[in-house]
Design a protein around this ligand. Structure first.
Ligand code: PHE
Length: 463
C-alpha cells in the first residue's frame, strides 16, 4: 500500500502531512489523559480501596469500557467537527434521530467545569510543591516533617486559594490564546521526561526494601475488599484517567484528519496512560510500606510519599523540583482540555471571542474552586452525602457524570449511528470494527448500567 501510494506524488505528500497530524493528535490526547489522575488520584484510590482487586477491575474497565468509549468519542468528534454539544445535535439529526442528544454534550461541558474546579486546586497544590522542593524543604525530611508541611499547606485556605488562582490563571492564559502549538511542544517533551523521572523513582523504590510488598499490594487481589461501590469507583477512575465521558476527546477529534487510524490512536493513548498510572503505583506503595504509612490516607498520599523519597535520595532537591514541575505541566495540559468543550461552546453559541470565552468560563471555575479550597480547612467539618464539598464533587462527576456520559456516547455510536457511518470512521468493517461494535453495543453499555444499578443498590445481591 505504501509503495502504491508513493507512486502518486499527491498522495505521497499527503501521507507525510497526515503522519505529523496523527502525532499531533496523539500528543494532544495524551496530554489530556496523562495528569493528576495517574499520579495523584490513582494511587490514593487504590490505597483507599484495598489494592489488587481494585487495580484489576480498573484495568478491565479501561479495556472493555474505556477503549470503546474513547473510540466512539473520537469518531463522533471527527464526523461532527464542532463543539460536543453541536456535534451531538448534528449527528443526531443526520441519522434522522433527535437533536436532543446535544444534552449529552451539555452534561459533558458541565462535568468539565465541575471537575476543573477541584482539579485546579490540586494543580495549584502541585505548583506549590515546586517551590517547596526548590528551597529544599524536603531534604532529609522524615515522615513527621513531610506530614506537617502538607497539613500546614492544606490548613491555610489563603495559601491553597492563592495557588489555585495562579493555576487557573495559567490555564485561562493558554486556552485564551488557542491551544495548538505550545501544547504540542510541551507534551512532546513532558511525557517522556515524566516517564524517565518515574523510572528514577522506581529505582529508589526497588531499593527501599519493601518493593515486593508494594507489588503484592498492587497486584494480589483480595476480592473480599471489593464492593459494588468500589467497582463504580474503579470505573470512574478509568473514565477520568482516559479523559472520556465528557467530550474532551470529542473536541480534540474534531481536528483529526480522515486518514488517521482511530483504533490505533486510542490504543497508544490508553497504553501510555495506563503505564504511567501503574508506574506511579509501583513507586508509591513500596515507599508507603517502607515508612509505615497508611495506604488509605486519601488525597494527600503522593504529597507525603514522594517528598519522603526525594528527601532521602542523592540529588533529591533537584529531582523533586523537576518532578513537580513536570507534574504541574501534566496537570496543566489536562486542565486545558477540561476547559476546551465549554469554551468552544461559548464561542460558537454566544459568538464570543476565544479570549472572552476563556475568561468567562475560567472565572466561573475559579469561583467554584473555592468550594474545594475550603473543604480542606474552614469547611472540613461541613459534610453531607459523600463528605466534604470536594468529596461530593469528586463522586458526582467521576462516579456518576462521566460513566453516564460514556454510556450515552457508546449507545449513540453503537445504536443511533448507522453501520456505514461508524465503519467508515473506524477504517472498514474488519475484525477490529466488529470487536468495537460488540463492545460498544452490548458489553460497555450493559456493563456500565449493571455497575450503576448495583452500586445504587437497585439490583439485589444474589447471595
Ligand atoms: N485525564 C486527566 C487526568 O488523568 C483528567 C481529565 C479528565 C482531563 C477528563 C480531561 C477530561 O489527570
Amino acid at each position: 500500500m505504501l509503495s502504491n501510494q508513493s507512486a502518486d506524488p499527491a498522495k505521497r505528500s499527503s501521507l507525510h502531512g497526515h503522519w505529523s497530524s496523527r502525532m499531533a493528535f496523539i500528543l494532544a490526547v495524551t496530554g489530556s489523559a496523562v495528569g493528576l489522575g495517574n499520579i495523584w488520584r490513582f494511587p490514593y484510590v487504590v490505597g483507599e480501596n484495598g489494592g489488587g482487586a481494585f487495580v484489576l477491575v480498573y484495568l478491565a474497565c479501561v479495556i472493555v469500557v474505556g477503549m470503546p468509549v474513547m473510540m466512539s468519542e473520537i469518531l463522533m468528534g471527527r464526523r461532527g467537527r464542532r463543539n460536543p454539544i453541536a456535534t451531538m445535535a448534528l449527528l443526531g439529526s443526520e441519522e434522522g434521530k433527535s437533536t436532543r442528544w446535544s444534552l449529552v454534550g451539555a452534561m459533558g461541558v458541565l462535568a468539565g467545569v465541575l471537575i476543573l474546579s477541584y482539579y485546579a486546586v490540586v494543580g495549584g497544590w502541585t505548583l506549590a510543591y515546586v517551590f517547596k522542593s526548590g528551597v529544599g524543604a524536603f531534604a532529609n525530611a522524615g515522615v513527621a516533617v513531610v506530614t506537617s508541611i502538607r497539613d500546614d499547606f492544606l490548613g491555610s485556605w489563603v495559601n491553597l486559594g492563592l495557588y489555585h488562582t495562579i493555576f487557573m490563571g495559567l490555564t485561562i492564559f493558554v486556552v485564551a490564546r488557542g491551544v495548538e502549538r505550545g501544547l504540542e511542544q510541551a507534551v512532546r517533551f513532558m511525557v517522556p521526561a515524566l516517564l524517565l523521572l518515574m523510572v528514577v523513582l522506581l529505582g529508589y523504590s526497588i531499593t527501599s526494601g519493601h518493593f515486593a510488598e508494594g507489588v503484592a499490594f498492587l497486584f494480589t487481589p483480595d476480592w473480599s475488599k471489593l464492593t459494588w461501590d468500589t467497582v463504580l469507583t474503579a470505573m470512574g477512575q478509568a473514565f477520568f484517567t482516559l479523559s472520556i465521558g465528557m467530550g474532551a476527546v470529542m473536541a480534540y477529534g474534531a481536528f483529526l484528519s480522515e486518514e488517521t487510524s482511530i483504533p490505533g490512536s486510542a490504543t497508544v493513548v490508553a497504553m501510555a496512560d495506563t503505564a504511567i498510572a501503574l508506574l506511579a503505583g509501583l513507586v508509591i506503595f513500596p515507599i508507603v510500606f517502607a515508612n509505615g504509612l497508611d495506604p488509605a490516607v486519601g488525597p494527600g498520599l503522593v504529597f507525603v510519599t514522594l517528598p519522603l523519597a526525594f528527601g532521602q535520595m542523592p540529588g533529591g532537591v533537584f529531582f523533586a523540583t523537576i518532578f513537580f514541575v513536570l507534574l504541574t505541566f501534566a496537570a496543566w495540559t489536562s486542565a486545558i482540555s477540561l476547559m476546551e468543550p465549554a469554551v468552544a461552546w461559548i464561542m460558537e453559541h454566544f459568538s464570543k471571542s476565544r479570549a472572552q470565552a476563556a475568561v468567562m468560563i475560567g472565572g466561573l471555575i475559579w469561583v467554584l474552586g473555592f468550594g474545594t479550597v475550603l473543604s480542606f480547612n474552614v469547611l472540613a467539618d461541613f459534610t453531607f452525602w459523600r463528605g466534604t464539598i470536594f468529596d461530593n464533587l469528586d463522586h458526582l462527576t467521576l462516579n456518576i457524570m462521566l460513566p453516564l456520559g460514556g454510556l450515552l456516547i457508546v449507545v449513540f455510536a453503537g445504536w443511533v449511528m448507522c453501520r456505514n457511518a461508524t465503519a467508515e470512521e473506524l477504517g472498514g468493517a474488519g475484525l477490529i470494527y466488529k470487536l468495537w461494535r460488540v463492545l460498544a453495543r452490548y458489553v460497555a453499555p450493559i456493563g456500565i448500567l449493571f455497575v450503576f444499578l448495583k452500586a445504587i443498590g437497585i439490583l439485589p445481591e444474589l447471595s
